[in-house]
Design a protein around this ligand. Structure first.
Ligand code: S3P
Length: 417
């Protein structure tokens, strides 16, 4: 599908972004092995979370639109064939951790993009805990797990979560330490389910759990989806966008420090902080230079922040983001190609970009590389550009934000600039 984006005269309205993808995966997976039923509201609507739900059904768990009927830590049944994780790295890595502790072996497969992504980062530490773990395709399970101390070389919430899910099934204690703390949704949810979990700086420790209490929750809106509207509003000359009930977990909220937005109605949903955000035109922002710490906090926002940097007066250097090379696409290369085609002054570095602004972007035909966040980031570039931007492979937004094109239209109104 080809999407066409034109710069609107103004960006105005309220958008209910989908439920948080990371929290939704965890709500399904942890409740699947909890001791009872959980109601889940506002589950992420995209294809990634649907992949997790489908895999859990293959493992004998009842998952409906209302919630999950937990089968307990020992109640999963061996699937009839390989589990298809689709495009979802979170599904594959978190399930690998859970299934490593089960008495049966499971093969996990995915689409072309997911099949290219590194899985040794979960298979190797799981093997260290005594799991049977093979690669190409990923196959885990059937071993007896023992606790281990993991010092991760690269921060990753997916890997950390996989090891914690194995850890709650292992003999003894499992400790995971990251160089920089990644998103902590798993730790929060395990604690809310009464699992033996302890956080200490950049380390998390778990012990074998006898049971998990089911956790009913309303999933907060996804800040990584809201990020597209925050950037579009910040750099559009006439913008006012309300984003109700969005998650503002501090391990995810780096974007709110770079692009200040008003927060009202701060609250808590499912053990996670939330707020209604009011994004509007920002002026006088200075260029950015940042380190690994910030890149971990806003890893999924980097494609759209690269767009933002084209509008800042001066040179922005984004480093410490080599992980972007092994996401759904090589996001460093995909964003460089798209933004260069639109006239941006952006150069690739091994671990990020150097971007010189401000540049008046011009519409062009650009490629999503089949990557949802690249497609949406280039759409935001199109909202800020002169003329018409055409985005190839636009259907991939359905991975995390199926209503994205409708929301873009509703915020743009009818008037072209
Ligand atoms: C996620 C963790 C991040 C992020 C991904 C979702 C999660 O990946 O990029 O979109 O839900 O744990 P890594 O753990 O590989 O950094």
């Amino acid at each position: 599908m080809l999407a066409t984006v034109r710069p609107p005269a103004e960006l105005r309205g309220s958008v209910q972004v989908p439920g948080d993808k990371s929290i939704s995966h965890r709500a399904l997976i942890l409740n699947a092995v909890a001791a009872g039923n959980a109601r889940i509201e506002n589950l992420a609507s995209g294809a990634d979370v649907a992949s997790t739900a489908a895999c859990l059904r293959e493992l004998g768990v009842e998952v409906t639109d209302q919630g999950v009927a937990g089968v307990g830590l020992h109640g999963l049944r061996a699937p009839h064939g390989p589990l298809d994780c689709g495009n979802s790295g979170t599904t594959m890595r978190l399930l690998a951790g859970l299934l490593a502790g089960q008495p049966f072996e499971t093969t996990l497969v995915g689409d072309e993009s997911l099949s290219r992504r590194p899985m040794d980062r979960v298979a190797l530490p799981l093997a260290q805990m005594g799991a049977h773990a093979e690669l190409h395709p990923l196959r885990v399970g059937g071993g007896k797990l023992r606790g281990a101390v993991h010092e991760m070389a690269t921060s990753s919430a997916q890997v950390k979560s996989a090891l914690l899910l194995a850890g709650i099934q292992a003999e003894g204690t499992t400790r995971v330490t990251e160089p920089v703390r990644s998103r902590d949704h798993t730790e929060r949810m395990l604690a809310a389910m009464a699992a033996p979990v302890r956080v200490d700086g950049n380390s998390v420790e778990v012990r074998r759990a006898d049971r998990l209490d089911p956790l009913s929750l309303r999933v907060p809106g996804d800040l990584s989806s809201a990020a597209f509207w925050i950037v579009a509003a910040a750099f559009h000359p006439r913008a006012q966008v309300a984003l109700p009930d969005v998650g503002i977990n501090p391990t995810r909220a780096g974007i709110l420090r770079l692009l200040p937005v008003a927060r009202i109605k701060e609250g808590k949903q499912g053990g996670e902080p939330t707020a209604t955000l009011h994004a509007a035109t920002l002026r006088g922002l200075r260029p950015w230079a940042w380190s690994d710490r910030l890149s971990a906090e806003l890893i999924d926002e980097l494609p759209v922040l690269a767009v933002a940097a084209t509008q800042l007066a001066g040179r922005t250097v984004i480093g410490g983001a080599a992980e972007l090379r092994v996401k759904e696409s090589d996001r460093i290369a995909a964003m460089t190609a798209g933004l260069q085609a639109m006239g941006a002054r952006i150069e690739e570095r091994e671990d990020g970009w150097e971007i010189e602004g401000p540049v008046r972007l011009r519409g062009a035909r650009v490629d999503s590389a089949g990557d949802h966040r690249v497609a949406m980031a280039l759409a935001v570039a199109g909202l800020l550009a002169e003329g018409e931007t055409e985005i190839e492979g636009a259907e991939c937004v359905a991975i995390s934000y199926p209503g994205f094109w409708d929301d873009l239209e509703s915020l743009s109104g009818t008037g072209d600039a």
